[in-house]
Design a protein around this ligand. Structure first.
Ligand code: UDP
Length: 254
């Protein structure tokens, strides 16, 4: 790893310079953080699981024509991706009330929303990623009205795809976050899905039991996070039966 140049290191991933211009290597760490990194742990096996799961979802999106950054998986923890210019917004789609929406509006967790709701948060850890309106986004130049329309359309397509994939394996997609980036084909700009799609950035509940299979397990100390992610991967057929293949049995090491 040391031979490659680190371009960016975040809480759960590292981006290295890629082998060709316009590409990057995305490395998935085992680190878990919550509450703006106030709570931290290393979860053995999480990086490998998220690498596989993000690959699975991005490949599915490619198959239905939703453009995204995934090129190919390189190894257990790394994938080759297209370099994008990240739009500094978290795009959140909600199908059921949970987390900050429940708190902000006093809606009981688990209430089905009348339609999917798309929200934008400004990506700035020092401000705690505040919720922003389309007015803010345009006034401060983070994205244009056309970008916003494209982002909403992309987010809703991702929502329909992910909701269906999850429903098929008995999991409810409560909400999720994506990040979107710009790429250029000559003078022509396009927006594509970037970053990752994994249980770190979704709320996933077992439909039968309500068991949480996402990062809330870590946020709220509800059990073993790697067990929950392994269950999602196993149901989706991303792992061979009985384990994740590359790690005998993920366990909490820190
Ligand atoms: N989310 C995320 N990263 C963030 C904030 C939110 O991946 O920095 C995801 C979160 O996992 C959930 C959805 O976005 O699936 C909505 O999160 P919410 O606004 O309810 O915030 P939270 O309760 O997670 O603070």
């Amino acid at each position: 790893m040391s031979r490659r140049k680190i371009l960016y290191e975040g809480k759960a991933k590292i981006l290295y310079e890629g082998p060709e211009p316009g590409t990057l290597v995305q490395y998935f760490k085992d680190d878990a953080t919550a509450y703006n990194a106030e709570k931290k742990a290393v979860i053995d096996g999480k990086g490998a699981l998220n690498n596989r799961l993000s690959e699975f979802f991005m490949r599915g999106l490619t198959a239905i024509g939703v453009p995204n950054h995934f090129i190919k998986r390189l190894n257990m923890r790394e994938q080759l991706i297209r370099q994008v210019e990240i739009i500094p917004l978290e795009v959140i789609v909600r199908n059921f009330a949970a987390g900050s929406l429940g708190k902000r509006l006093g809606i009981e967790e688990g209430t089905q929303l009348p339609r999917p709701i798309v929200e934008f948060c400004y990506k700035d850890d020092s401000l705690g990623d505040p919720l922003v309106s389309e007015e803010h986004i345009i006034a401060f130049g983070w994205a244009s009205q056309q970008d916003l329309d494209d982002m909403v359309a992309l987010a809703l397509r991702v929502n329909d795809f992910l909701s269906g994939v999850m429903l098929a394996v008995g999991i409810r997609l409560v909400d999720f976050k994506i990040e979107i980036g710009r790429v250029w084909d000559g003078d022509y700009q396009r927006l594509i899905v970037a970053d990752e799609i994994s249980p770190d950035s979704c709320r996933l509940w077992d439909i039968e039991t309500g068991r949480k299979l996402d990062k809330d397990v870590f946020r709220r100390d509800l059990g073993d996070l790697a067990d929950a992610y392994t269950e999602v991967a196993r149901r989706l057929g991303v792992l061979p039966k009985g384990g994740n293949g590359e790690n005998p049995r993920p366990r909490l090491v820190n």
